[in-house]
Design a protein around this ligand. Structure first.
Ligand SMILES: [Mn+2]
Length: 312
């Protein structure tokens, strides 16, 4: 972020994400970052509706080129900034009191930008809203591949709460609506305690490949992991990141933290795998940051670094 952009932020009090040009009306661009100021799909510990503000604030003053991973192996390659051609499209106008209407707003807004050829990065908001983005993008591109990084499988049938849509059901919904191709869906970071086997059986039968943190770390499975991650990108693809995939020591300010999570390096390795896909992801998201909870500032900082790597 240049001094000029930083000064504009200080002068206006507005902090567009990573200092990107703020533009509320859909138009052709490389991509657009959209906030989702809603957490109507959260069961416990709300707060994610304020995530977009925390993420924008944490991005203030941050450089737009990630440091090359290594500086001692030959000459580092300095490419263009990760954010070239990206816009901050502001927040999606969601009412905090209706999950159904908010989902429609997400679908409509993502759809309008995607119609302009833009890739989309959502800043959550709770994880239900991934469903809105998938509905919009699948309508234009057909069933998507999905790399889903999360502590939870998010494929509950909704019976426990009497509703088919909340932040723990969206993937089941996406599979049933054929928004994703289950053969190209890979989940990584799963470790949350369960009440029963129902969700995992559903996903397994659908053909989804599931990876726990221990699986990800097993050197004997490295080749299989590489193949699974590559399979996601054999067609239009989406990358969804629930911040609770990371260890709560790093990212405590999420609705449902689960101990024993991924490190930053492990998460970045998953994100970087998407760079090997023949085409870059069409849509991505960073969900579930709840800045009302303890450790919000550090959590937001980690999230912003992940966003930068997503864009690079
Ligand atoms: Mn989730």
């Amino acid at each position: 972020m240049s001094a000029e952009v930083l000064m504009r932020g200080l002068r206006t009090g507005l902090t567009p994400f990573l200092g990107l040009p703020l533009c509320l009306d859909p138009r052709p661009a490389t991509g657009v970052v959209l906030g989702v100021p809603c957490d109507a799909g959260v069961i416990n510990r709300p707060g994610a509706r304020l995530g977009p503000w925390a993420l924008r604030a944490a991005s203030m003053g941050l450089g737009t080129h990630p440091m090359p991973e290594r500086l001692r192996e030959g000459r580092p390659v300095l490419g263009p900034a990760a954010t070239v051609g990206w816009l901050d499209g502001g927040n999606i106008p969601t009412l905090p009191i209706s999950l159904a209407e908010a989902l429609e707003a997400v679908q409509a807004t993502v759809g309008a930008w995607a119609m302009n050829g833009c890739r989309t990065l959502l800043l959550g908001g709770d994880h239900s809203f991934t469903l809105g983005a998938l509905r919009a993008l699948a309508r234009q591109h057909g069933p998507l591949g999905l790399l889903h990084v999360d502590a939870h499988p998010d494929a509950a049938d909704g019976a426990a709460w009497g509703t088919a849509i909340h932040h723990g059901t969206w993937l089941r919904q996406a599979i049933e609506e054929e928004l994703v191709d289950p053969e190209r869906v890979v989940q990584a970071g799963l470790r949350a305690p369960r009440f029963d086997d129902e969700e995992l059986s559903f996903l397994q039968e659908a053909g989804v490949r599931m990876w726990t943190p221990a699986d990800l770390r097993d050197p004997l499975l490295a080749l299989r992991l590489k193949e699974d991650l590559a399979s996601v990108g054999q067609g239009p693809a989406y990358l969804s990141l629930d911040l609770d995939a990371l260890d709560p020591i790093l990212v405590p300010a999420v609705a449902e933290p689960v101990p024993g999570g991924l490190s930053l390096a492990e998460t970045l390795r998953l994100i970087h795998a998407a760079r090997q896909w023949p085409e870059p992801w069409l849509g991505a998201d960073l969900m579930e940051l709840a800045p009302t909870l303890e450790g919000a500032e550090t959590s937001a900082l980690v999230a912003v670094h992940l966003a930068l790597h997503l864009l690079a």
